[in-house]
Design a protein around this ligand. Structure first.
Ligand code: GLY
Length: 378
């Protein structure tokens, strides 16, 4: 088993992100040093439980660690008060104590919910993230953002609570449907675009091999993504400044997710990919970078068979003003000003407040018009 480690140096909240094959089966040995007594409580979802829970159980058992588990329904709808309450009450019923460890086994929904449950249980217990989607491995499992959705919006209730350990088992990605893998890959591309042009170039070359399942390439891509995320989180743990760079593509993405009802029409990572392409288009229109940059972004997404343009989203979309209104409801709006992550080129993103809404409207109107011309969504 080859594993690699990215350390997240956050003082007394520091932790390791272990990346490699076989980590799930070896979870007992990885987690044992953190335990005050040999038992853990696992929060997962029914789909993930069916595929991975037994491997985890055996991995823990091999080190004499007992496991109890609650499988919640899969999907974004789980990330609200009712299932959160159920999870917290279950942890209490299982007599999870202050020095115990909660394990989050699943994608972003489970990681966020379980992390928040751990943050508030007995005023905070430690938790271990075992992310099973590419998106969770490269983004949501690292950095300590935990929470649930409100009827007022996504992720509006939560806490910063860093995990004590992250186990990113590259082998579990083999069981992902290709669409989910590529959606997660949208977040991987984001890292290259926001701060590492060489990594983006590497992805242009190795993306197809990565999507085809090459474990060494996947390990390298997850490692570089996690390194970049860790660097940014260490600079700005609670998003007072630089951490917002991680939101490249997300202002457009959140409007598109709201417009498509957070449904299967558009997965989060797909929205991020389209959002990154639009953010580069906007940057070029604002004279910050050349037109070749958005074209290069789109060319790579297209080569990977990913959703790239608004034309790739099935069904109706609001007009440019409608999308702009949805953007204004984003939680990144400060004092009514639109905040975007723009770029001076690939790998050179920065936070821009007060972006001219007229230019944003024009970018959206043109993208919607192109959608009428080439509608790939039919
Ligand atoms: N997913 C964005 C962040 O962790 O800040």
């Amino acid at each position: 088993m080859t594993t690699t480690t990215v350390h997240v140096p956050l003082g007394e909240r520091a932790y390791d992100v272990r990346i490699g094959q076989g980590l799930l089966a070896n979870a007992g040995a990885e987690i044992a040093p953190l335990l005050a007594r040999p038992r853990v409580a696992v929060l997962t979802d029914e789909t993930v439980a069916g595929v991975h829970l037994e491997t985890l159980r055996q991995g823990l058992e091999a080190q004499g660690i007992a496991m109890t588990a609650l499988a919640l329904p899969p999907g974004e709808a789980t990330k609200g008060w009712p299932e959160f309450t159920r999870a917290v009450e279950w942890l209490l019923a299982e007599k999870v104590e202050r020095r115990d460890i909660v394990i989050a086994l699943g994608g972003g929904v489970i990681g966020d919910l379980a992390g928040f449950a751990a943050a508030v249980l007995r005023r905070g217990v430690r938790f271990v993230q075992i992310p099973t989607s590419l998106l969770a491995q490269v983004d949501s499992s690292v950095g300590g953002k935990t929470g649930i959705n409100s009827k007022h919006g996504k992720n509006l209730i939560g806490a910063f609570h860093q995990p004590a350990l992250v186990l990113a088992d590259i082998g579990v990605l083999d069981s992902l449907p290709p669409r989910d893998f590529l959606a997660g890959y949208g977040e991987v591309v984001k890292y290259g675009l926001l701060g590492d042009a060489e990594f983006f170039e590497w992805l242009e070359e190795n993306g197809p091999g990565l999507a085809a399942g090459d474990h060494a390439l996947r390990t390298r891509a997850v490692r570089r993504s996690v390194e970049m995320k860790a660097e940014i989180v260490v600079r700005d743990e609670t998003e007072q400044g630089d951490r917002a760079l991680l939101n490249l593509g997300h202002t457009f993405c959140h409007a598109l997710e709201a417009a498509t009802g957070y449904s299967d029409r558009l997965l989060h990572g797909e929205g991020v990919a389209i959002g990154c392409a639009l953010a580069f288009e906007l940057s070029s229109r604002l004279g910050l970078c050349s037109q070749e940059e958005p074209s290069r972004v789109r060319a790579h997404l297209r080569a990977m068979g990913m959703k790239t343009d608004l034309a790739d989203i099935p069904g109706d979309l609001p007009d440019a003003d409608g999308l702009l209104t949805l953007m204004a409801q984003d939680k990144k709006v400060i004092d009514g000003r639109l905040r975007f992550i723009l770029a001076r080129g690939i790998g050179e993103a920065f936070v821009a407040d007060n972006v001219d809404p007229g230019t944003v409207r024009q970018v959206l109107a043109d993208a919607l018009a192109a959608r009428g011309l080439i509608d790939r969504s039919q």
